[in-house]
Design a protein around this ligand. Structure first.
Ligand code: ACO
Length: 326
């Protein structure tokens, strides 16, 4: 095995807005109950962005915390990629707003729009810069204000989503070219545009001129999620050259506790190895994986050097998985 540059995660941070909305709060707005939501989804509460705030505010705070964890400053950052589907403005990109708010020098900054798969797509994209020595210090962020896309009369969707942001600092490090190396070891990304009708927002700049509301055929998405995510997980593990039994922690996109369990069951993964934050955060789309990663590190479960498998599925449909040694 020859030496090569790996994209290594050197710091993780997250931010959740203060306002917590419980299932009981939602039962006052739509015809639902805490029992239904908990039984069908595992969700107990979600955070909601304050009025007057934008996703860039959440992303900036998560990034600040990730930089502190990595022992880096904004002056070090030369690349920012934000996975988001709920930007402050149609343009410019949230990434450029984060750059300005943090005071980072001129560099590369852009958003990736892959909905709930946004973080997996963004991290894999960052690897194209970092592992080719095009970036010395990258910020990869997942940040969303999904509550802004809700139809508050649709009980089938408005109870499922929440707001938040998570960020990682990614830096190049020389590896040996083995699976013992720290860094992103492999990934698999997928999209199937023919499934658009299952999950989309019914507005946009070039059509209605309105932001629109999220529409979802939940049970159809559920079915595709379990089957397709499992395939991508196996493909990402093969790309990394690891066996699923080598993986210390599975960090799924936090859409629904039953999907998490369904994927784990299908792949023969011990549920004790699955990080789940869906009860506390609900579905925060591109933010959910870095939020869960941050939670697992903060509570002492995830440790440096461990092998992590992240997977997600979202609107598009898009889906994918990444294998990372922390
Ligand atoms: N409270 C009470 N009843 C409800 C609610 C609610 N909040 N929502 C739906 N129901 C009712 C329905 O009206 C239906 O009633 P009916 O039988 O009288 O018609 C019944 O519950 C069953 O509805 P289903 O939609 O079949 O329920 P299901 O068990 O499939 O659960 C859910 C719905 C939770 C949405 C599930 O399908 C799911 O989690 N799907 C996947 C979501 C997902 O993963 N999305 C991907 C990422 S999101 C992104 O990319 C932005």
């Amino acid at each position: 095995m020859s030496n090569l540059i790996r994209s290594v995660v050197t710091g993780v941070g997250a931010y959740l807005p203060e306002d917590v909305v419980t299932n009981a709060d939602l039962a006052k707005v739509v015809d639902t109950t805490d029992e239904w939501i908990v039984e069908r989804t595992g969700i107990r509460q979600r955070h909601r962005i304050a009025s007057g705030h934008g996703v860039s505010d959440l992303a900036t705070e998560a990034a600040r915390r990730a930089l502190a964890a990595a022992g880096r400053t904004p002056a070090d950052v030369d690349l920012i990629i934000v996975g988001t589907t709920t930007p402050d403005l149609t343009f410019p990109a949230v990434a450029t707003m984060v750059q300005r708010k943090l005071g980072c020098p001129i560099g590369i900054a852009f958003d990736v729009q892959a909905v709930c798969s946004g973080f997996v797509y963004a991290l894999s994209t960052a690897d194209g810069f970092v592992a080719r020595n095009r970036s010395k210090c990258a910020l990869v962020i997942g940040a969303e204000a999904m509550t802004r896309l809700m139809d508050w009369t649709d009980r089938g969707t408005c109870v499922l989503f929440g707001d938040g942001a998570g960020a990682v600092v990614v830096e190049p490090r020389e590896g040996q070219g083995t699976t013992d190396d720290r860094g992103l070891l492999g990934f698999a990304l997928r999209a199937d545009g023919t499934k658009q009708d299952l999950l989309y927002v019914d507005g946009g700049v070039s059509t209605t001129g309105e932001v629109g509301k999220l529409r979802m055929q939940g049970n159809q998405v559920f079915r595709h999620a379990v089957v397709n995510i499992s395939e991508a997980v196996v493909a990402a593990a093969a790309d990394a050259g690891v066996a699923l039994s080598d993986v210390d922690w599975f960090i799924p996109h936090q859409a629904n506790q039953r999907i998490l369990q369904g994927v784990a069951h299908r792949l023969g993964i011990d549920e004790a190895k699955v990080i789940s934050t869906v009860a506390l955060h609900a579905n925060t789309s591109a933010a959910s994986i870095p939020l869960a990663l941050n939670q697992g590190i903060a509570d002492g479960r995830i440790k440096p050097g461990q092998l992590i498998l992240m997977e997600a599925m979202g609107g598009g449909l898009t889906w994918g998985a990444c294998v990372l040694r922390l």
